[in-house]
Write a protein that binds this ligand. Structure first.
Ligand SMILES: *Cc1c(COP(=O)(O)O)cnc(C)c1O
Length: 378
């Protein structure tokens, strides 16, 4: 079976370097918040092109701690999307703030700036004031960020980019995660930059904000053992930081490999009834996922599985329809209808850099075969 994702292959591809990094971290005698973590933060900041990066326990915490450090909590709302990993919305609630969900544009699956403008101008009744915007660069595709940044400016509220699926994606030649006041990245094993365990990092040009987050991730300490603010424990450990330093060196090459695989998938779906994923103009998509739309998804998935190709669904149920959130989360005037429709039809092809050319060829052949006999649509 060709898996849909395969973080183990990411380890095997770099085993000697990763094993050496792990041995170095283990031998150092220092396991949490030390030299490896500091080196990763500065190397990641340099790679991204931002002054500061702060590591933490996972991507959800990076988002929640960033909101808290910006003073966005109870009595404030944050505009985000329902078409995302539930973590985005969970992080807003962890910070004590109230999410409001904006629908997506049908082609790119990212926050619709027109609906955001509408919601900022006419917020849903009973919603606390909207104090931040948290767009998500989903699947590796940059959000239509410029109008969103303009709205942030117009209303005097920060934009916090959720870059958890888009390490290295660019818009107008500039990396996502460098446009807004702060940006957050998950380093979960399957992400474009993945640890071999949990990890997260936030990036910002605001040194005071970075210091605040660095304190909040460790009980609010600025001086050891003295809490200036009530913080949490969300630290990036030295083993993960050492592994991430190795992985970071290969991130650009791995993104290029994802793009090459995507180009072959494009050719396989071209002319058939499946639409290749749209690419935003003047942007680079880094293909965290390669997503097509399928009418009879269960049937297509089963047919591909029978031919040895695993597929995924990101995500089967939008946040606003999950029982933890349904009926109690505010939405824009579209009621996330585009999101709900997408959730019924999206399907993700196998996508990870270590897929071999032969495996990619097999996926392409099976896709071509199946698209001739199953009802598919754009
Ligand atoms: C993975 C992900 C997160 C959460 O990251 P964790 O490290 O799993 O906490 C947040 N947002 C998006 C869009 C993600 O894909």
């Amino acid at each position: 079976m060709i898996p849909q994702a395969n973080p183990g292959a990411g380890y095997q591809a770099l085993k000697p370097q990763i094993d050496a990094a792990v041995a170095r971290a283990l031998g150092s005698g220092w396991y949490v918040l030390g030299a490896e973590g500091r080196a990763f933060e500065s190397e990641f900041a340099h790679w991204l092109g931002t002054p500061r990066a702060v590591g933490c326990g996972n991507g959800t915490d990076a988002l929640a701690l960033t909101l808290r450090a910006m003073g966005i909590g109870p009595g404030k709302a944050v505009a985000t999307v329902s078409h995302t990993a539930v973590a985005t919305v969970a992080a807003i609630e962890m910070a004590g703030a109230t999410p409001v969900l904006i629908d997506i544009d049908k082609l790119h699956y990212t926050m619709d700036p027109a609906e955001l403008a509408e919601v900022l101008a006419h917020p849903p009744a009973g919603l606390p004031p909207i104090a931040a915007i948290m767009p998500v660069h989903i699947y590796g595709q940059p959000v239509d960020l410029l109008p969103i940044l303009a709205l942030g400016k117009k209303y005097g509220i920060p934009v916090i980019e959720d870059c958890s699926q888009a390490h290295g994606a660019t818009l107008g030649g500039q990396k996502v995660g460098t446009f807004s006041e702060a940006s957050c990245f998950s380093l979960y094993p399957t992400k474009n930059l993945g640890a071999l365990g949990d990890g997260g990092v936030m990036a910002t040009g605001d040194a005071a904000l970075a210091d605040e987050i660095a304190a909040l991730r460790q009980y609010g300490w600025k001086t050891h053992y003295i809490s200036e603010a009530a913080g949490v424990n969300s630290r990036l450990d030295e083993l993960q930081a050492a592994i991430l330093r190795v992985k970071l060196e290969h991130l650009d090459a791995n993104n290029a490999r994802r793009q090459a695989i995507a180009a072959r998938y494009d050719a396989a779906v071209a002319g058939g009834a499946w639409a290749a994923p749209a690419r935003r103009a003047d942007a680079t998509h880094v293909f965290h996922q390669y997503v097509v739309r399928v009418a009879d998804r269960a049937g297509v998935q089963a047919a591909l599985r029978a031919k040895g190709v695993a597929t995924g669904v990101h995500y089967p149920v939008p946040v606003h329809l999950q029982s933890a959130y349904a009926g109690r989360i505010a939405m824009g005037p579209a009621g996330c209808a585009v999101t709900a429709k997408a959730a019924e039809e999206v399907m993700s092809f196998p996508m990870f850099p270590e897929l071999t050319d032969v495996q990619v060829g097999t996926v392409c052949d099976m896709v071509a075969e199946i698209s001739q006999r199953l009802p598919l649509h754009a």
